[in-house]
Design a protein. Structure first.
Length: 437
């Protein structure tokens, strides 16, 4: 990986792309530290230092924003509205025929879906920004802080509107920066910004574990966490690269005087076909009961039950529900993102077949059978990786934003592998020597 980056910096056009990407990243991180107008910055810092690490309700969104959410900055919402909008549009593509037809139209249809994603991102940013401002005004953002009610001194409608508009504009700027990286930089811009947001909190979280450690002034716990993190990275790389290759043979066809086809290829089915989406879905769904209890302020039996079993991440009920939801969403997402019937029809249309399997319906049934078989280990792997923060809570007393948590490791490794592949492919295009010298 380091060799690929070194070779890329020696290539003039790739060096420009890398420097452009680094410049956008610096701009993004600067915006993550600029507070929103109308916020008392000193009160926010006091509450972050006192109760920020124990705030588990907004932990997932805060991680995706690089810590900007609890700081209430102009990039407080980060890339999360765009991620949510993309997932919603992807799910609606299966349900709404109009979106499904747009997806089949190629580049023009994809551009239209991207435009719809931007509109939905703005709507979600307004909704989430309003919720964040209301939470900050009520003092519920830092429930254990003495100055929580002083975060927004002026609670007039004008100040609230300015704060919501500023955070929505910040989300639009983040979306624009991500598209700039995609067009003029290296890698997928949204993935790169997500990578940077998560990696920004790594050093601070690791140092917190060292400060909270008790053996050899915390260095033993620090070393164990580093070793566990390296083992997890190796496991994630191994599983993310693993795939089941289904051989496909194309028959020869004569069109005019030319012969087409007769080649052999394969369909790569990844073990973790769903990626990190099931973990995000499960985490978001488990936040809803705690969010309802916090905003309702109810002291009823159901509210106490949720507070007891579904707020702390180390309770057996929470762990079991989290694991089962990840497995369920893994199968659900694979079912809507990969259509065996469509793949079988395309293969039949172009004269392709799987050796030993008849074309058409038998091919679709075989693909569905293989996909179900490899989704089981993929979903169990996702569930086990996602439970690492829970084990860290029990073993090291860390917070729920444990640096080597399942979601963060999956995203960082996945984005890192994809970016390195893109750099290597571009290097190969520029340095290809050919067969004749």
């Amino acid at each position: 990986m380091l060799t690929a980056f070194a070779r890329a910096f020696k290539t003039p056009d790739l060096r420009k792309k890398l420097l452009f990407t680094l410049g956008i990243i610096v701009l993004f991180r600067l915006g993550s530290h600029v507070p929103v107008p109308g916020v008392d910055y000193s009160a926010v810092q006091f509450c972050v230092n006192q109760a920020g690490s124990s705030n588990s309700l907004f932990g997932l969104v805060n991680m995706f924003s690089g810590g900007a959410l609890l700081q209430i900055t102009i990039f407080a919402l980060g890339i999360m509205p765009y991620i949510t909008a993309s997932i919603i549009l992807q799910l609606l593509t299966v349900v709404i025929p109009r979106l499904e037809n747009l997806k089949k139209e190629g580049q023009a249809g994809t551009a239209k879906i991207t435009q719809y994603t931007r509109y939905l991102t703005v709507a979600l940013a307004i909704l989430q920004g309003t919720g964040l401002v209301a939470t900050a005004r009520s003092g519920a953002l830092f429930s254990g802080c003495a100055q929580a009610n002083q975060i927004v001194p002026d609670q007039s409608i004008f100040t609230t509107a300015v704060m919501v508009i500023t955070m929505t504009a910040g989300t639009c700027v983040v979306m624009w920066l991500g598209e700039l990286i995609t067009d003029r930089g290296i890698g997928n811009g949204m993935s790169i910004l997500m990578f940077i947001s998560i990696a920004a909190g790594f050093v601070g979280a690791l140092w917190t574990i060292k400060l909270q450690g008790k053996i050899a002034d915390g260095w033993v716990e620090f070393g164990v966490v580093i070793l566990v993190g390296l083992a997890m990275v190796a496991l994630v790389v191994f599983v993310e690269q693993a795939q089941r290759r289904i051989p496909v043979q194309y028959a020869k066809r004569m069109i005019g005087r030319r012969a087409y086809g007769g080649t052999s290829t394969y369909i790569p089915l990844k073990v973790n076909q769903a990626g990190v989406i099931p973990v995000i879905f499960a985490s978001s769904l488990l936040y809803i009961p705690a969010l309802i209890v916090q905003f309702s302020g109810s002291q009823a039996g159901w509210a106490n039950w949720i507070q007891k079993y579904f707020v702390k991440g180390d309770h057996p009920y929470y762990i079991a529900a989290y694991f089962l939801l990840i497995v369920f969403f893994a199968f659900f997402y694979v079912a809507i993102s990969f259509n065996p019937e469509e793949v079988a029809d395309n293969m039949k249309k172009y004269g392709g077949f799987i050796p030993g399997i008849r074309a058409g319906r038998p091919t679709a049934e075989y693909l569905s059978y293989v996909l179900n078989r490899i989704t089981w280990p993929g979903s169990l792997y996702l569930g086990l990786i996602a439970l690492v923060p829970t084990m860290a809570l029990a073993g090291f007393g860390a917070n729920q934003n444990f640096p080597f948590g399942g979601t963060s490791i999956l995203i960082i490794v996945g984005v890192g592998l994809e970016t390195v592949k893109q750099i290597e492919s571009q290097l190969q295009q520029r340095n290809y020597e050919g067969f004749l010298r």
